[in-house]
Write a protein that binds this ligand. Structure first.
Ligand SMILES: [Mn+2]
Length: 260
């Protein structure tokens, strides 16, 4: 994602922030090697972790998924647009229109539409439900409305199917701008030529079983990064990852029980 952003993003003056959870210096060095500009790292710290510890995680969603709700409050600037990008995205064209977009009093711009996910939030299915993988946030408005604090309250007060995404939808209710599909292209069947951001929402392009038409482009970009020779992950890797996650959860629960 970072390499494609540097090559195709057309936003050389944008600041880059990478959110991590316990990144080692060697990880940071490898990530930095994907970009020519200096990357700012935001590691989940104790005060942030204290808010999100104990919230729902799965083998697909680590607690770092919640960090997108913290970043707009932590940025030193209270101006400008923050484009949040999932790590499973790839930039195919200029992001300048997003950087320059007038958000006025909107909080978030994203791809969205009617969704059955609305039901759990007590909203009509026809309401605008946004995808949180690619979201343009109005940092000034976010800070003015204290939305990070509201996010923590919501997360603590309820259970959600897609926690970070559901909460973002509640926070930005009635204050959203709909982005065109080219900014968050999720379909693997056909790739229109005007697509700016590919979002690998299903099989990830670093796996043996991904058949996405843009997998070759991903691997070509990856070959220019420190991950050039990384082995493609298999279904067995995924299974082991799930097992590791469930063992870790049991272990955490046991530890918590012993401490109390
Ligand atoms: Mn994603």
């Amino acid at each position: 994602m970072l390499y494609s952003l540097e090559v195709n993003g057309d936003v050389p003056d944008a600041e880059l922030w990478v959110i991590g959870d316990g990144l080692r210096q060697s990880d940071k060095n490898k990530i930095q090697a994907c970009a020519s500009r200096q990357i700012n790292f935001y590691d989940l710290d104790d005060s942030t972790v204290q808010h999100i510890d104990g919230l729902k995680t799965t083998s697909n969603w680590s607690r770092v998924v919640y960090a997108r709700l913290f970043l707009p409050a932590l940025l030193p600037s209270d101006r400008g647009n923050l484009l949040y990008l999932d790590a499973d995205t790839m930039i195919k064209g200029s992001l300048r229109p997003l950087q320059d977009m007038d958000m006025s009093s909107a909080v978030a711009a994203a791809l969205g539409g009617p969704s059955r996910h609305n039901r759990q939030l007590g909203r009509p299915e026809t309401a605008f439900y946004l995808n949180s993988g690619v979201v343009l946030l109005n940092v000034g408005e976010w800070q003015k409305q204290n939305l990070t604090r509201r996010a923590v309250e919501l997360l603590r007060g309820g259970t959600f199917g897609f926690p970070d995404q559901d909460v973002l939808n509640l926070l930005a209710e009635g204050q959203t701008i709909a982005l065109e599909p080219k900014w968050n292209h999720q379909h693997a069947k056909s790739i229109p030529s005007d697509v700016r951001i590919i979002h690998f929402t299903h099989a990830k392009p670093n796996t043996t079983y991904c058949i996405h038409p843009e997998k070759a482009t991903f691997l070509e970009y990856r070959s220019k990064t420190p991950w050039a020779n990384a082995r493609l992950r298999t279904r067995m890797d995924r299974r082991l990852n799930r097992i590791a996650h469930s063992v870790k959860r049991k272990w955490d629960r046991l530890n918590k029980a012993l401490r109390s």
